[in-house]
Design a protein around this ligand. Structure first.
Ligand code: SF4
Length: 339
């Protein structure tokens, strides 16, 4: 008989850092286009795996000198390579017990829910039967992780775990194996310090307005997120925080487009990895500021010998004078601690 303990042990051996299990009734009330029960109607459990983003992946961005580790290894290859390999191993492990393992990777190429509006976009695909949602269903990984007891949703709308705070990525696996679910997380991690909002380069997280939903009978609330601002910031759309952004581009040419559109693409001298536009902002507010805060307040069980943040975060000095863009002078140290 396959047990939850067997699945968790296998998941960790295959390479996941955390594993939690949700019963399918915890998705009751999910929007039809985001309800995983439509992917596998016979599923009895949703297994959620979290993979830490090692703190050192942020070191180069934190210092302002090396952006490649987070952009490729902390984002693209984790989503596109490493996590799917572990998911496959776990699917095979479960199927060797005679149950089906249906993976839900962290890949949204065919999603029928717009990342921009968070609304259903029926023009992208057609439902194969009138009673079904349009493919592809968009499973909200953070909500699935909450439902599986891995942690809480912080003010930033990031999953916060007691082990790694906001620094992990998530995948899910649906199975008809009757696995015992984990209890919902009962601790308290987010203290509403709002550093995620104030240090986000895109000001994408509203510090005054919140949104909320109820999952498994528990109310979850977060700061209202502007997805366009978030997507532009993620690319490094703020010239103060992206040394690869060419000073010839004007912010008004890209600031209202998802991910900055082609204008921002052309203005950034950095290649794409694994189909991902490079995350050059390095999650300045929602991960780095939050991680620094949670470490400083002793909230995380994962301890380090030295602090993550050793001084004030950098900002490009060449933009101190005002919003007018100027090219950094050749040979002049362009990074400074000003905040
Ligand atoms: S930075 Fe502060 S308010 Fe934001 S999610 Fe982290 S703990 Fe919560």
């Amino acid at each position: 008989m396959l047990t939850s303990a067997d699945v968790k042990k296998a998941a960790r051996e295959f390479g996941a850092d955390l594993c939690g299990i949700a019963s399918m009734d915890r998705f009751e009330g999910a929007p039809k286009q985001q309800d995983p029960r439509y992917i596998f109607p016979d599923a009895k459990a949703c297994i959620v795996l979290a993979f830490r983003i090692p703190r050192g992946y942020f070191r180069g961005i934190e210092e302002g000198t090396y952006f490649g580790a987070y952009a490729s290894m902390g984002y693209g290859s984790l989503n596109q390579v490493y996590m799917p390999i572990v998911l496959r191993d776990l699917c095979c492990f479960i199927e060797d017990y005679g149950f089906e393992g249906a993976p839900v990777p962290n890949i949204y190429s065919g999603s029928s829910v717009s990342f921009v509006t968070q609304k259903h976009t029926p023009e992208r695909s057609r439902a194969v039967r009138p009673d079904l949602p349009n493919p592809d269903i968009l499973v909200d990984m953070r909500i699935a992780a909450f439902a599986a007891g891995l942690g809480e949703i912080g003010y930033s709308k990031m999953l916060l775990t007691p082990e790694f705070g906001p620094a992990q990525r998530i995948v899910a696996l649906l199975t008809d194996a009757p696995l015992e679910p984990d209890p919902l997380f009962s601790g308290k991690i987010c203290d509403r310090c709002l550093r995620c909002a104030t240090e986000c380069s895109g000001k994408a997280i509203c510090a005054t307005q919140t949104e909320s939903i109820t999952v498994a009978g528990r109310k979850i609330e977060w700061g209202k997120l502007d997805v366009i601002k978030c997507s532009v910031a993620y690319r490094g759309g703020d010239p103060q925080y992206n040394p690869f952004l060419q000073p010839t581009v004007k912010e008004e040419d890209y600031k209202d487009q998802y991910s900055g559109g082609q204008a921002l693409d052309k203005a950034i001298t950095y290649g794409h990895d694994y189909g991902h536009k490079p995350a050059l902002e390095g999650a300045r507010g929602c991960i780095r500021a939050c991680l620094a805060h949670l470490e400083e307040t002793g909230k995380l069980t994962k301890k380090f010998e030295n602090r993550f943040r050793r001084g004030k975060p950098w900002r490009l000095a060449s933009y101190d004078a005002g919003p007018e863009r100027q090219a950094p002078a050749p040979g002049v140290a362009a990074l400074t601690n000003v905040e």
